[in-house]
Design a protein around this ligand. Structure first.
Ligand SMILES: [Zn+2]
Length: 97
């Protein structure tokens, strides 16, 4: 029987929304890392919260570089990815001979 069990508890934190000219995920991650450093300095002035630490965690996903779809071992997401996979597959066959 399937049962739902609580196995861990984490705290999420929403820092002030950034204004970044370059709107990439990497730029956002770097902004958050800077914000966390500043926040740690702030926490250090408040002794009772001294052990608090925040971490910026990057979550990666393999994606198709052509269309952005989540990557599959044998891609079927777009013609470019299929063509590339078939080309690589042919090369492997030739190497076996
Ligand atoms: Zn694709």
């Amino acid at each position: 029987m399937k049962t739902k069990v609580l196995i861990d508890v984490t705290i999420s934190c929403d820092p002030p929304h950034p204004y970044i000219r370059q709107r990439s995920m990497e730029a956002l991650a770097k902004y958050y890392e800077g914000w966390v450093r500043d926040f740690h300095d702030f926490i250090r002035d408040h002794r009772s919260q001294d052990p608090v630490s925040l971490n910026v965690e990057r979550k990666y996903q393999d994606q198709c570089s052509f269309c952005g779809y989540p990557w599959e071992e044998k891609p079927e997401c777009c013609d470019e990815a299929i063509a590339e996979w078939e080309k690589e597959h042919e090369t492997t066959k030739e190497e076996v001979k």
